[in-house]
Ligand binder design. Structure first.
Ligand code: UD1
Length: 307
């Protein structure tokens, strides 16, 4: 069995690649290294790696023909709400057009795939009041990022239904853990917090810190992705999260305790397009056998030890 992982040198992608290798799959990675790093992949010498951009349509078509993957995990993305507001056109070309082009090619060539998994986001739920978010909760995408993710989900699911392709979508909540690149102001907040605590840098807090997120440790995310593949599920959407709501203020406090360091905080106004509260209902994933192995405290401890 062969798996193609786009964004395979990125934070979540590289953890997935290592897991797929350990499950005995042949793994092919495409990554333009915009945020990823080949060193993230532990099993580098057992993986076929292409340093390319998923927007290179010719290249992607050739790759699919030559490699004929059974499983496709589409993780390549501009992964930030704030970045998508700065660069909406570029975000769109990666987060929607590249995915669409691949689906279209699979349809036209009848490529015999076993599962096409698209990684969407909790951002699609926006600020509607129902909590926790279920996969069939109403959506209200507020940023170019969220709009692209939601529209692409719809393409992925409609292609699945209309052309009988085994497609599935996952909505990542806030994933953290080793390998998350802290170098951009648009990086995940826990990678930035780790960098600030480690290097005695001030942390910029956008808003009053009362915004909440559902933080999930990357190993639990990989467990979820693999369960979805093994279950041969198609035409479905799954939340991938921990199932707990945590405010930014509270995560800062917990992380300060874990690290034994007190953080310098610089307050800034809240960012545009942001979700105020976020927490998932993970019941659908639990039915597949998912159990969260990492609490916020144990996950932060592990992350901090390895940092
Ligand atoms: C994150 C993910 C996104 C995913 C979504 C699902 C990243 C970069 N983004 O978006 O891919 O689809 O979760 O819910 O991992 N913050 C600060 N200071 C900082 C950085 C962030 O205060 O230096 C705040 C933000 O304003 C926000 C919160 O922390 O309120 C979380 O921000 P971020 O980690 O960027 O995540 P999301 O926007 O939730």
């Amino acid at each position: 069995m062969k798996a193609l992982v786009t964004g395979g040198a990125g934070f979540i992608g590289s953890h997935l690649v290592d897991h797929l290798v350990s499950e005995g799959l042949d793994v092919v990675v495409v990554d333009n290294l915009s945020m990823g790093d080949l060193h993230n992949i532990k099993h580098q010498d057992e993986v076929t790696i292409y340093v390319e951009d998923v927007r290179n349509e010719k290249f992607m078509q050739q790759l699919l023909q030559e490699e004929q993957p059974d499983y496709i995990y589409f993780l390549a993305a501009v992964a930030s709400v704030a970045d998508s507001i700065e660069r909406p056109a570029e975000t769109h070309s990666v987060n929607q057009t590249a995915v669409f082009n691949m689906l279209e090619y699979i349809r036209k060539t009848n490529l015999p795939i076993k599962q096409f998994l698209f990684t969407s986001s909790a951002a699609v739920y926006g600020n509607l009041p129902e909590l926790p978010k279920k996969e069939d909760s109403r959506v209200d995408p507020l940023s170019p990022y969220a709009i692209d993710k939601y529209a692409t989900e719809r393409f992925v699911l409609a292609y699945g239904e209309l052309y009988d392709l085994p497609t599935v979508c996952v909505r990542f909540f806030n994933v953290y853990g080793p390998g998350q690149n802290p170098s951009s102001p648009y990086s995940g907040v826990l990678s930035i917090l780790t960098d600030c605590l480690q290097n005695n840098k001030p942390f910029t807090l956008y808003g009053d810190g009362s915004q909440t997120r559902d933080f999930v440790y990357v190993e639990d995310v990989i467990q979820a992705l693999w369960l979805i593949t093994k279950s041969k599920t198609a035409h479905e959407v799954f939340n991938i999260a921990n199932g707990n709501e945590t405010s930014l203020n509270s995560i800062i406090e917990t992380y300060e305790k874990v690290a034994g360091i007190s953080l310098k905080v610089k307050m800034m106004p809240g960012r545009d397009g942001e979700v105020k509260r976020s927490v998932a209902n993970i019941g659908k994933l639990v039915k597949l056998g998912y159990t969260t192995k990492w609490s916020l405290e144990s996950g932060l401890n592990k992350y901090w030890e390895g940092a």
